[in-house]
Ligand binder design. Sequence first.
Ligand SMILES: Cc1ncc(COP(=O)(O)O)c(C=O)c1O
Length: 452
Amino acid sequence: MMEIPGPGFASVLSGWRQAPGPLVDALAAAIRHAVVDGRIPVGTRLPSERSLAATLQVSRGTVVTALATLRDTGWLRTRHGSGSTVQLPPAVTDRTAPWSVDHGDGLDLTRAVPAAPHTAYLEATRRAVRRSPTLLVDAAEPDAGLPQLRDLLADRYTRDGLPTRPDQILVTSGARAALTLLVDHLHDRSRPILVENPTYQGALSILRRRRARLAVVPVSCDGWDAARLALTVQAARPALAYLTPDFHNPTGALMPAEPRTTVARLAARHDMTVIVDETLRDLDLRVPAEPVPHLAGPGIIAIGSTSKLVWGGLRVGWLRADASRIRELQLNPLQARLSPPPLEQLIAGELLSDPSELLRERRDRLRAQRDHLAALLDGAGDWSFTLPPGGLCLWLRLHDVDATTLAARAAARGVKLSAGTAFSADRTLTHYLRMPFTGTPETLTRAVEALA
Ligand SMILES: Cc1ncc(COP(=O)(O)O)c(C=O)c1O
């Protein structure tokens, strides 16, 4: 077991006395912060109370009370005769939203991100470390991805109804990395890029950085208009399109079969490469979840990621394309920089080899939170929304106030939210607000109270 000797503690907690308020609270908070930012690793045994009191120059009573507070809130485990060991409380590890979202005075709902599955992730990391010695005997220069991960991903697509060979997979450090690489490789400045309006703001910022001209096609909670899509493609002649048919961010809409066929036909007929973002594909909240056909065909490239099923900190994503396209992309100088380290790939492989439990857990919690948020919002203000079949957010249409004003008022009450314009390709959608349901029911209740 790890130990920090008594004198070492003074430097680990340096400055703790300057915090306002009683010494006991300051000491407990300083230990908690040191655990959270890694200065005191989880599993460390604390020095004895007597030694801590001497090192920190406080009374033994102050130390005893501070440690009792930490014990009561789950930060310490004490076994008689063997001292106190640092741990993370269940309130921190067993969460649906990352701790940082609700960590201080306010709530940050501008990011729709689920927390890591704590135990499953740590176990997968241990298994991955045990597998890693064989990696070390190889050069492990960035490549298209570890063979075992490419096999696994190809197999996943194949079982999902889209026959795929491992040489059709390129592993990247997330879906945004895949999009960045593809746009760098395929963007033709003389032609616009087709995007949905609204769309994922991370994609918009990648496209805007390239100063791409955008042609927009509207999407609402009711979905896509296939005829409008065809007209836009015929009029604007985009060479590239970026679409999110599977539980679209931010509306949560799922593209039905007809517009999928239309997109595939348009791609073939108009020589348009379509990047289909499947990052949210696993977040099907219907009961039971139903098979979703991949939007596939000539010129269609899928991108995916572990960030929503597992964790945004696991920077592993991928793209699926023709093998010849994958070989071309490997020659792009950006590819090596956008490739994840081998250990991350092993961890992803461990988690994706049998994701059924992760999937069940994530879907059940998100569904309960979506329904909780919907029940809270229903009739609580002058807005309307449609319950989405999947994804992470409700897309709220406001009737008599613009979203920027409402978001500013909510921020003044400690709740940060994103107004619709953040997801708009043409700076419209001023009367929409995105409400993620990634938080716990208590968090969501607080958020709606602030809004209403
Ligand atoms: C549609 C969509 N694509 C991609 C991402 C980000 O993926 P990654 O973290 O793998 O880059 C998100 C995150 O919210 C998203 O909603």
